[in-house]
Design a binder for this molecule. Structure first.
Ligand code: SF4
Ligand code: SF4
Length: 308
């Protein structure tokens, strides 16, 4: 089962919840940080890192001696990553999405595959519930790189390979054989959708504030068309009103956990500790959340009911 922990806005406690779930998970699990622009799950899980590899994307490289400036490549490229300017073909690799079309169609074979570094894929392991060795995986986008989805797809392809899937479809997670907890990027733009689109279950973390409700609505509207099982976690419950819970009731979204505001949790966070390991009340809330997530996943997949 793949669980994506997401939020409409940053700062709701998404990573606190993800790290707590990962630390208490009592089945084979992989914790995956897909918030590649600002990964921080490792700060709490403190995994032992065993590998760090560059993630590359294919971009065209020009042989000016062969180019006739026919312009076929620039006409083809939907992303304006090549352009004939006077007597020069200009390439903008940072705008290239790596489709390879221009390389295939150039009649003069003036374009060849090159590479641009997107960032790094970092893997290792950490101790989860019942002291089991659990897998850790994260992407870290190169500073200055604008496009995170290509790196996220490579992290997911790596996960599919390592977790027992075929990995045949970059960007998809077919047949993963262990549970996966994805820490998704906040918001509702392309990276956030990319992070949750392969999940079986989306856990939406929010807070009971006007901003929290506003961005929670956006997340519900963005993710609902994906047709996933979805539930909410109201973090810092008690600091605001109950408008989030009312909205969830209207929308038929179950509230799987209400985590009370706690200074102890904030202090644990500031020390880089897993909140569920440091604060007993948080541990109880996360265990209850875990049970509800699993029950919802099992209910949506009859064959999984025996694991719930
Ligand atoms: S298609 Fe080939 S020959 Fe034509 S402009 Fe592009 S690189 Fe040059
Ligand atoms: S590989 Fe695709 S996206 Fe990149 S420059 Fe060529 S046509 Fe454009």
């Amino acid at each position: 089962m793949i669980y994506a922990i997401a939020s409409g806005k940053g700062g709701t406690g998404k990573t606190t919840v993800t790290a707590s779930l990962a630390a208490l998970w009592d089945r084979p699990v992989a914790a995956v940080d897909l918030d590649v622009e600002e990964p921080n799950l490792h700060l709490f899980l403190r995994p032992q890192i065993t590998a760090e590899e560059p993630a590359l994307m294919e971009v065209p490289v020009l042989d000016p001696a062969r180019c006739t400036l026919c312009g076929e490549c620039s006409a083809f490229c939907q992303f304006k990553a090549l352009s004939v300017m006077g007597k020069t073909l200009l390439l903008f690799p940072e705008m290239c999405h790596g489709c390879g079309g221009c390389i295939a169609l150039c009649p003069e074979k003036a374009l060849a595959p090159g590479a641009r570094e997107l960032g790094h894929i970092i893997s290792g392991h950490f101790r989860a519930g019942r002291a089991e060795d659990a897998a850790f995986l994260m992407g870290r986008l190169r500073v200055g790189e604008a496009m995170s989805p290509p790196l996220m797809r490579q992290v997911k392809a790596r996960l599919a390979r390592d977790a027992g899937g075929s990995g045949a479809l970059p960007g998809a997670l077919p047949d993963v054989l262990i549970d996966v907890l994805i820490d998704a990027p906040p918001g509702v733009s392309c990276p956030a959708v990319n992070a949750v689109m392969d999940a079986d279950v989306i856990v939406l973390v929010t807070e009971p504030t006007p901003f929290g409700l506003h961005d929670f609505r956006l997340a519900v509207e963005a993710f609902r068309p994906l047709g996933k099982v979805m539930g909410a976690v109201v973090n810092r419950a008690g600091i605001g009103d109950r408008a989030v819970q009312d909205y969830c009731r209207e929308q038929g979204i179950p509230v799987w956990a209400e985590i009370p505001f706690s200074r102890a949790v904030a202090e644990a966070y500031s020390r880089g500790e897993v909140a569920a390991s440091a604060v007993p009340e948080m541990r109880d809330a996360i265990l209850a959340l875990m049970a509800r997530m699993r029950a919802a996943a099992a209910a949506s997949t009859p064959g999984e009911a025996r694991h719930a």
